[in-house]
Design a protein around this ligand. Structure first.
Ligand SMILES: O=c1ccn([C@@H]2O[C@H](COP(=O)(O)OP(=O)(O)O[C@H]3O[C@H](CO)[C@@H](O)[C@H](O)[C@H]3O)[C@@H](O)[C@H]2O)c(=O)[nH]1
Ligand SMILES: [Mn+2]
Length: 326
């Protein structure tokens, strides 16, 4: 590492070029656009104030759209693509890969149903990355007991889902997306979990039986409202604990539920403040995993490629060109 003798890059920048016919097509439109400008300037009406100003108005509208069109095609004229070499990343850095903290944000259990949120969370937990170096945090601005319950279910389901993904190279690793076209009866575990969450969502409160399953539910005894409550941090899976294992006896990534403190009269600045609670000096993650690489996703965006972290690290960790991009 760091020894540039026999250095092989972790990524490559290629120019696929733009086919000649597309370039020709764009050029013909460009010539046509120029002819419209010439026409507008040459045939400006000399009589009639209204006609004259309408003509000038049309000219400026066309000018504005042509500039927009021109800029759009200028940036597409010579496209480039970047390819990563994940095998080289593994060879050089597998033992020294950095810890990665992933933050998923949610804010409203009605607009962002907990089953969707945990599908995003599960797809992040299932990244192809050393589990002891991966932590997934859910920031819940809706301070919803139901979302916490769904996270508890997800922590249990992950013990089956993660080894299943690895064994069968599942893509994408969101269970809902993967089982999309298949009857849920064939995937009983996921079907059961989904049903439980659905049934619980229909009730006003999480039942007493469920509340007994985790001490974290007691936090909700002190929640006055969505805008008035203490900070809640619950570590559902502690990846630092070597005994946190899936059902194939492999280590699991950390899974943390967080709802930042909110009090009336204090602005809570939507997602931005939630990110501060996660990232800044009072950063919750710094006390748990403190990963130098952080990633943020909205709860409605599951990962559709289990190699995304490794792809990103190829850009960050390339010894010679990494600083140009990462
Ligand atoms: O008080 C809040 C409000 C929202 N969110 C979360 O922030 C994300 C984005 O909010 P949303 O209202 O869904 O905005 P979108 O237009 O879907 O999101 C785009 O626009 C946002 C604001 O420009 C960016 O922050 C997002 O990354 C980007 O995907 C969602 O996960 C929300 O759950 C919070 O965490 N706390
Ligand atoms: Mn959104």
């Amino acid at each position: 590492m760091g020894n540039n003798y026999g250095y092989l890059p972790l990524f490559e920048t290629k120019s696929p070029g733009r086919p000649f016919l597309i370039k020709l097509y764009v050029l013909t439109i460009f010539v046509a656009v120029c002819m419209i400008w010439v026409y507008r300037v040459r045939y400006l009406p000399v009589e009639g104030v209204l006609e004259r100003w309408t003509w000038i108005g049309m000219f400026f509208a066309e000018l504005w759209f042509s500039i927009y069109w021109f800029i759009t095609h200028l940036v597409r004229w010579n496209p480039i693509c970047r390819c990563t070499f994940k095998d080289r990343l593994s060879q050089r850095f597998e033992k020294d890969l950095p810890r990665v903290d992933i933050f998923v944000c949610t804010a409203d259990p009605e607009m962002e149903p907990p089953i969707m949120v945990i599908n995003t969370v599960l797809s992040m937990m299932a990244y192809d990355y050393p589990p002891e170096k991966l932590s997934v945090y859910l920031s819940d601005d809706g301070v919803s007991e139901l979302t916490f319950y769904a996270m508890l279910e997800a922590s249990r389901f992950s013990k089956y889902w993660l080894p299943f993904c690895k064994q069968f190279s599942v893509e994408p690793r969101s269970p809902e997306a993967y089982f999309h076209n298949e009857p849920l009866d064939d995937h009983k575990l996921y079907g059961d979990m989904k049903n439980w969450i659905k049934v619980t969502s229909k009730q006003d409160q999480v039942s007493e039986e469920i509340r007994k399953e985790h001490k974290g539910f007691s936090e909700w005894d002190f929640v006055s409202s969505r805008h008035d409550h203490q900070a809640i941090v619950q570590i559902l899976i502690d990846g630092r604990d070597p005994l946190a294992m899936d059902n194939e006896a492999q280590r699991l990534p950390s899974l943390v539920y967080l709802s930042r403190e909110k009090r009336p009269r204090y602005p809570h600045n939507v997602k931005a403040r939630a990110m501060n609670a996660l990232f800044s000096c009072i950063r919750v993650s710094s006390r748990i995993s403190n990963g130098p690489i952080n990633m943020n996703v909205d709860c409605d965006m599951y990962s559709n490629d289990s190699n995304s972290i490794r792809d990103a690290l190829c850009f960050f960790m390339d010894e010679e060109k990494g600083h140009e991009i990462g």
